[in-house]
Design a binder for this molecule. Structure first.
Ligand SMILES: Cc1cc2nc3c(=O)[nH]c(=O)nc-3n(C[C@H](O)[C@H](O)[C@H](O)COP(=O)(O)OP(=O)(O)OC[C@H]3O[C@@H](n4cnc5c(N)ncnc54)[C@H](O)[C@@H]3O)c2cc1C
Length: 652
C-alpha cells in the first residue's frame, strides 16, 4: 500500500492537549526551551476540555481563612489513599499552590471573598477545606486558559497526529511514531516519525477499557504504547466508578440524588417499574440510601451494605438482567408514599433547610439546583418530562503508569503526566486529579530543563532508522485494510465484558476468561483484526492499544484480588461466587505491572514513604543553584528562540 512519510525532530515533544499537556508545553517555554512541539490527536478532544460535574473540584493546599494547613499534612492526606508513593504525594502537595496560583493568574475564575481569600470546602477524603472550584467546568476553563497561554507563546501545535508507538533503545526514549489522522480521514496512509530526546506523554485516562464510562466520547487514552515501550504500570486495578447519565455523560451525584428521584428499570418489553425494593431494601431504606449517594458518590466496597448498595442494584438490573435503568424526577419514590416523616433526621433536615420539602423530585431539584435542570435541557433532555438513563460508569483511573517524583518513567527521557500517570492508589481526595495534571506536567518540564541542554536528537540511537520503521509500520497497517471490518464489533464486545466482569463488581472467573481472550487477540492481532478502509485505521490502532491496556489492567486485578480481596472501588467475587473480604488492612502496597513475554506480570511492593529529611535553607539554596536551574536562560526573547526554524520540525 502506498504510504506517505514525514520526519520531524525536536528536543522535546508533548503528546496530548488536555490540562496536563498544555501545562507541560507552557512550562517548557517559560523555562527557556524553544525546540519543542505539542502534538495531539485532536486539540479539542480529551477529558479536561469536555467534562465537568456539579461543582468540579480542584484540590490544593488550603489557604482559606483558618490557615492551618501544611505541605506535610497535605502529603499525608494524599499518602493515606493507600498504595501511594510518598515522594509523589509530597511533590503534589509542595507544588499545589504554585500551580493553583498560576491558573488563577491565567484567569481561571476561582472565587475569592471580599479580602481576596480563597475560601475552600471539604471534598471526599479531605480533612481540611482544600477543595475549590471555578464552577461545573473547572477543567475546561483550565485547559482553555493554558491553551491560550501556549498559543500566545507561539508554541508549535501539531494537530490530528495520533502517537501510537514509542521508540526506545537502551532504556532511553528516541522518539515516537504517529498516524496522521487528517490524511487517514481522506483515505491516505501517512505516518509521521518524530525523533525526540524527551517525550512528555499526557494522553489521559484509558477510558477505552470500558463500555460504561462517564468520560467524554472524545477521550480514549493510549496507555498500552507506554507499557509496550517498557514503562511499568502501578495500581492499574484502582479505578473510580459511580452512577452517571449515559446519553449525556454526567455524574448524577449531589442534588440529583438528594432530591430523592425514583429508580426505575425498563425491560425489553417496555415494562417499567421501581426496582430497589427487589434487592431486600424496604422502600424507606431505599429512599435514605439514595440520599446518601448524593455525597457518597463513588462506589466503595466498604459501603456495600450502605449507600453503595444502590450501585450494586443498578449493576444487577443492567448487566445481569439486561434492563435499562432510569432516574425519574417526575414522581416520588414508593418510600415517600406516606410523606417525609420516613426520612432519616439528616435527610429531612437537609431538605427542610434547603426549603425543598416540595411535592416531587423535579420541584425539589428546581428549588435546590436549577442549573442542574438547565444543563440537561441544553443537551435535549427535559427532566420535567423525560426519565434520565443511568448506569454505573468508570470515571477515573487512580492507577496508571509508574513515574518517579519528576514524573519520569522507567524509560529515561519518557515522562508521563496527568491521568495517564499512576500517582494515586485506592482512594484520593476529590479534586486531586486536576492538581496532579498541573504538578506532574510542571515537574516533568522542570526536570528536562534542569538536567539537559536543548539539542537536536540523533537518529543513530534508533534500533531501526525512523524511515524504515515507518515503512514497516505502514506495511503492517496496510495489510489489515481489506474487505472484512471486524474491529468495532470486537472492540465493543471487549469493552462490554470489562464493564460486566472487571469494574466495580469483579468476577474472577470472568476476568480469567477475558484475559485469555485478550491474549489470543493480541497474539494474532494482524490475522484477527481488520478494517475496511484507511479511514478506520485510527480505530484499529486504538483497539490494539486498548487490548494491551485491558490485559495489563486485568493482570493487576487478579493479583490485587489475591492480595487485598475486595477493597476501595471494587467488590471481588471468587470463582465460586463468594464475595472476598477486605484483606488489605495493615498493608500499604503498590502493585507494579510490566510486560513479560506476550503478557503481563504484576507484583506487590511496599509504597515508598513520605521523605522525612529535615532541610536547611543554606544547603537547599546551594543545591538549588547547582541542580535546579534551567540549562538555558528563562524568558529569552522570541527572536532568539529558533521557534520559527523548528515550527515545522526538521524534515529528513
Ligand atoms: C465526569 C468527570 C468528572 C470529573 N471531575 C473531576 C473533579 O471534580 N476534580 C478532579 O480533580 N478531577 C475530575 N475528573 C478527572 C479529571 O477531569 C481528569 O483526570 C483530567 O482532566 C485528565 O487530564 P489529562 O490532561 O491527563 O487528560 P485529558 O484531558 O483526557 O487529555 C488527554 C489528551 O490526550 C490526547 N490524546 C490521547 N491519546 C492520544 C494519542 N495517542 N496521540 C495524541 N494525542 C492523544 C487527547 O485527545 C486529549 O487531548 C473528572 C473526570 C470525569 C470524567
Amino acid at each position: 500500500m502506498e504510504a506517505e512519510y514525514r520526519f520531524l525532530q525536536y528536543d522535546t515533544v508533548v503528546v496530548g492537549s488536555g490540562a496536563a499537556a498544555f501545562n507541560a508545553a507552557d512550562w517548557l517555554h517559560d523555562l527557556g526551551r524553544r525546540n519543542f512541539a505539542l502534538l495531539t490527536e485532536g486539540v479539542k478532544m480529551g477529558t479536561s476540555r469536555n467534562t465537568g460535574s456539579d461543582k468540579q473540584t480542584y484540590y490544593k493546599l488550603s489557604i482559606g481563612p483558618d490557615g492551618s494547613d501544611s505541605v506535610s499534612e497535605m502529603a499525608r492526606t494524599l499518602f493515606s489513599g493507600g498504595g501511594v508513593d510518598g515522594r509523589i504525594a509530597l511533590a503534589e502537595a509542595a507544588n499545589s499552590l504554585r500551580c493553583f496560583m498560576k491558573l488563577a493568574n491565567l484567569g481561571v475564575d476561582f472565587p475569592t471573598d471580599r479580602y481576596g481569600r480563597y475560601v475552600g470546602y471539604k471534598t471526599d477524603h479531605d480533612p481540611r477545606q482544600r477543595g475549590t472550584s471555578a464552577g461545573p467546568l473547572t477543567s475546561h476553563d483550565m485547559t482553555e486558559a493554558l491553551e491560550a497561554s501556549v498559543r500566545r507563546k507561539g508554541v508549535p501545535i501539531l494537530n490530528h497526529l495520533m502517537a501510537y508507538r514509542i521508540c526506545q533503545t537502551g532504556g532511553r526514549v528516541r522518539g515516537i511514531l504517529c498516524l496522521d489522522c487528517s490524511a487517514a480521514a481522506e483515505n491516505r496512509l501517512r505516518l509521521v516519525a518524530v525523533a525526540a530526546n524527551h517525550v512528555i506523554w499526557c494522553t489521559g485516562g484509558p477510558s477505552c477499557c470500558y463500555r460504561n464510562v462517564v468520560y467524554p466520547a472524545s477521550q480514549t487514552g493510549m496507555t498500552g504504547a507506554l507499557l509496550d515501550a517498557g514503562a511499568k504500570g502501578v495500581n492499574l486495578q484502582e479505578w473510580q466508578y459511580g452512577l452517571a447519565s449515559t446519553k449525556f455523560r454526567w455524574n448524577v451525584s449531589g442534588t440529583y440524588q438528594q432530591v430523592l428521584p425514583r429508580y426505575v428499570s425498563v425491560d425489553a418489553q417496555g415494562n417499567c417499574r421501581e426496582f430497589l425494593t427487589d434487592y431486600g431494601l424496604s422502600p424507606e431504606e431505599a429512599v435514605n440510601l439514595v440520599f446518601l449517594k448524593g455525597y457518597q458518590w463513588p462506589f466503595d466496597a466498604a459501603k456495600k451494605d450502605a449507600s453503595s448498595r444502590i450501585d450494586l442494584c443498578v449493576y444487577e438490573e443492567t448487566a445481569v438482567k439486561g434492563r435499562k435503568v432510569f432516574l425519574d424526577f417526575r414522581q416520588n419514590p414508593a418510600g415517600l408514599a406516606a410523606g417525609f416523616n420516613v426520612l432519616s433526621e439528616e435527610t429531612y433536615r437537609y431538605l427542610k433547610n434547603s426549603g425543598a420539602l416540595l411535592s416531587t423530585p423535579i420541584e425539589r431539584l428546581k428549588k435546590m439546583n436549577p442549573l442542574a435542570v438547565r444543563l440537561y435541557q441544553k443537551h435535549s433532555i427535559n427532566l420535567e418530562t423525560d426519565m434520565l438513563e443511568i448506569n454505573v460508569c468508570a470515571q477515573h483511573h487512580n492507577g496508571g503508569i509508574q513515574v518517579d517524583p519528576n514524573w519520569e518513567t522507567a524509560v529515561k527521557g519518557l515522562y508521563v503526566a496527568g491521568e495517564a500517570a499512576g500517582t494515586f492508589g485506592v482512594r484520593r481526595p476529590g479534586g486531586s486529579a486536576l492538581n496532579s495534571t498541573q504538578v506532574g506536567s510542571m515537574r516533568a518540564a522542570q526536570h528536562i530543563a534542569w538536567t539537559s541542554e536543548e539539542s537536536k536528537p540523533q537518529t543513530s540511537g534508533w534500533l531501526v532508522p525512523p524511515k524504515r520503521l515507518a515503512a514497516e509500520a505502514a506495511e503492517n497497517l496496510g495489510r489489515m485494510v481489506g474487505p472484512e471490518d471486524t474491529v468495532s464489533l470486537v472492540r465493543e464486545r471487549l469493552q462490554a465484558e470489562m464493564s460486566r466482569v472487571a469494574a466495580q463488581l469483579r468476577d474472577l472467573s470472568g476476568i480469567a476468561a477475558l484475559k485469555r481472550e485478550l491474549d489470543a487477540y493480541r497474539a494474532n492481532f494482524q490475522q484477527k483484526m481488520g478494517v475496511s478502509s484507511i479511514r478506520r485505521l485510527p480505530l484499529l490502532i486504538k483497539t490494539y492499544d486498548m487490548m494491551a491496556t485491558q490485559s495489563a489492567v486485568l493482570d493487576a486485578m487478579e493479583q490485587s484480588a489475591k492480595l487485598f480481596g475486595s477493597h476501595g472501588g471494587a467488590l471481588v467475587r471468587d470463582r465460586d461466587g463468594t464475595v472476598l473480604p477486605d484483606r488489605s488492612a495493615g498493608q500499604n502496597l503498590q502493585l507494579i505491572t510490566s510486560e513479560k513475554g506476550d503478557g503481563f506480570f504484576s507484583f506487590a511492593k511496599e509504597a515508598p514513604p513520605i521523605p522525612q529529611e529535615r532541610e536547611w535553607f543554606e544547603t537547599v539554596w546551594e543545591e538549588h543553584r547547582k541542580y535546579r536551574r534551567p540549562k538555558v536562560p528563562q524568558n529569552r526573547p522570541q527572536n532568539e528562540s529558533g521557534a520559527s526554524k523548528t515550527e515545522k520540525g526538521v524534515e529528513e
